[in-house]
Structure formats: C-alpha cells, structure tokens
Design a protein around this ligand. Structure first.
Ligand code: Z5A
Length: 211
C-alpha cells in the first residue's frame, strides 16, 4: 500500500491554519482522498492532556527547555498512535503545527538551542518529515488582531502561555519560520495569509495539486 501524504500547516497565532485545515479536508474528500485532520500539541487523548499542561498558564515556571521536551513528548505519542498508523493505511494527514513550530516558537521565540531541537527531532521522528508544509505568513499585528477578535476582547485571564506573549516574541517566531522556508524551499510553501480566505485556499490547493 502507498503511504499517505503528510501535510503540515504552520504560522503565527491567527494565521488561519484551522480555517484552512477544514477547507483542505473538504477538497481532498472531493477528490476521494481519505484525510485525517489533527493538531499539535495534541491529536490523541493522551497528547491532548499534555497540550493542556503545556498551554495552561499556572503558578509554576516552565523553562523553555522543559516546554520543548513537553512538545516532543506529545509529538512522540501523537506520531505513534495516530500519524504513522494513518499514513501506513494510505490516509493523508493534515496536521496543524509540527516540528517547525518547535523550531520557531521554542527556538526563535524562546532562544532554545537549534542544534538541540534538531537532535530531539531526530530521536522522535527520524525518517518522517512532512511531504509539504504550508506556511501561512502574515504581519504579526494582523495575526494578533484576528486572534483577539476571535477571543472577543483584548486579553484577560483566559489567554494561554503563548497568547500572553508580546508582539516582539511573535516577530521572532515569524522570522524563524521564514528562515526555515528559505532553507527548505522544496518542502515549505509560503502563502500570503493576509489575503482573503478564498485566495489563501486557492494558493494552498495549488501547492497541494503539485503533490
Ligand atoms: N506550540 C509551540 O510553541 N511549539 C510546538 O512545537 C507546537 C505548538 C506544536 C497552540 O497552537 C500553541 O502551541 C501555539 C504555539 C504552540 N500558540 N500560539 N500562538 P494552536 O495552533 O492551537 O494555536 P494558535 O496558533 O493560537 O491557533 P489559532 O489562533 O487558532 O490560529 P489559526 O488556527 O492559525 O487561525 P484560525 O482560527 O483559522 O483563524 C483565526 C481568526 O481569523 C478566525 O476568526 C478566522 O475566521 C479568521 N481568519 C482566518 N483566515 C482569515 C483570512 N484569510 N482573512 C481574514 N480572517 C481570517
């Protein structure tokens, strides 16, 4: 059986990944392709519990290194129990965030050593890289404004550990994402996510057709 395709969606907060995941799922279904939509951190019951732990703002400090390890722990569980079995069955997997998010958020945003992140990536998913990564790129202020609107306000106590970060943090994350795209142009397709949803969808479908 032919292995399914592994597609990842990346971008800063409010880039439109969830919106696009739904549209791509519908598009693939129309072509008769079985596609599983999933997300990181999370995607399986146990990995979703780790997601809660790592996103919640609590009283205890979580160092950037511990945050990185939690991301990879959730990733290992997700890969073993959902992603690899689905790909082996010939299904396509559309994953909202993957290791590029660790490179961008923990590496670019928090300053975690890039070589250490690559070593963990090799341990956790040697031999498995996305076939295509759609990087939804947009100015930080546009992404944050969208996310604020979606939450229905300017912030508050219900924002998670990432949503509470300042614009400078997301600027570093965005820059690292663009660096990744420059070094892996054959895998990463950069899409202008400030464009209207229909244009974003069209660009993504275009990239998908090339698979
Ligand atoms: N994280 C990490 O640090 N390290 C890792 O290794 C991993 C993750 C895997 C949770 O991710 C956090 O985990 C994330 C990084 C960290 N934190 N941050 N930031 P998440 O993906 O679950 O959370 P998110 O990035 O905050 O997702 P989001 O805010 O839901 O963004 P989105 O999915 O990209 O956007 P959306 O929900 O599709 O759209 C947002 C709003 O904009 C919504 O109202 C839409 O209707 C609207 N929208 C969407 N597209 C458009 C266009 N084209 N025009 C106008 N409006 C639009």
């Amino acid at each position: 059986m032919t292995r399914g395709r592994f597609i990842t969606l990346e971008g800063i907060e409010g880039a439109g990944k969830s919106t696009l995941a739904v549209a791509l799922g519908e598009r693939l279904a129309a072509r008769g392709v079985v596609a599983r939509a999933t997300r990181e951190p999370g995607g399986t019951p146990l990995a979703e519990r780790l997601r809660e732990l790592v996103l919640q703002r609590g009283a205890e400090r979580v160092s950037p290194q511990s945050e990185t390890l939690l991301m990879f722990a959730a990733r290992g569980i997700h890969l073993d129990n959902l992603v690899r079995p689905a790909l082996a069955r010939g299904e396509w997997v559309i994953c909202d965030r993957f290791t590029d998010a660790t490179r961008a958020y923990q590496g670019g945003g928090r300053g975690v050593d890039a070589a250490w992140i690559e070593a963990l990536a090799r341990e956790v998913h040697a031999g498995l890289e996305p076939d295509l990564t759609l990087l939804l790129d947009l100015p930080v202020e546009v992404g944050l404004a969208r996310a604020r609107r979606r939450r229905g306000g300017a912030g508050g106590t219900d924002v998670d550990r990432f949503e509470s970060e300042a614009a400078a943090f997301f600027a570093r994350v965005r820059e690292r994402y663009l660096d990744i795209a420059r070094t892996a142009p054959q895998r990463v397709c950069v899409i202008d996510a400030a464009a209207p949803p229909e244009a974003v969808r069209a660009a993504a479908v275009d990239a998908l057709e090339r698979l």
